[in-house]
Design a protein around this ligand. Structure first.
Ligand SMILES: [Zn+2]
Length: 113
């Protein structure tokens, strides 16, 4: 599959994925709470990039983006995979992923569903 890597196409491509599903495929599924009920537009989990007791990692479920209000890390689905494998590659592979490896992993995870 060929993807033009401009921002608009990338956002369009990423719409097919659900960040919570991707997180559980990454071995992370501890949702603390859903915020913004009853529409459940946001989910809050414990941040995987810093130690914390209560969750401050907020996922915008509608836009597939995240922001941690504890350590300030932020980004989209691709950033999440790249940052996560940079932080701790062992759950997904042996090394940190670049952009294309992150896309490849997403495609693979989608097929495995
Ligand atoms: Zn954090």
């Amino acid at each position: 599959m060929r993807i033009k890597t401009n921002r608009k196409n990338l956002d369009e491509y990423l719409k097919q994925f659900d960040m919570l599903t991707v997180l559980s495929q990454m071995g992370i599924d501890a949702v603390n709470e859903f915020l913004g009920s009853p529409k459940k537009d946001f989910a809050c989990i414990k941040c995987m990039f810093h130690e914390e007791i209560t969750g401050s990692f907020v996922i915008d479920l509608k836009h597939n983006t995240f922001k941690c209000f504890g350590c300030g890390i932020t980004g989209d689905l691709i950033d999440l995979i790249m940052l996560y494998t940079d932080y701790d590659p062992t759950p997904l592979g042996d090394n940190s992923f670049d952009f294309f490896e992150a896309i490849r992993w997403l495609e693979h995870a989608k097929e495995a569903e």
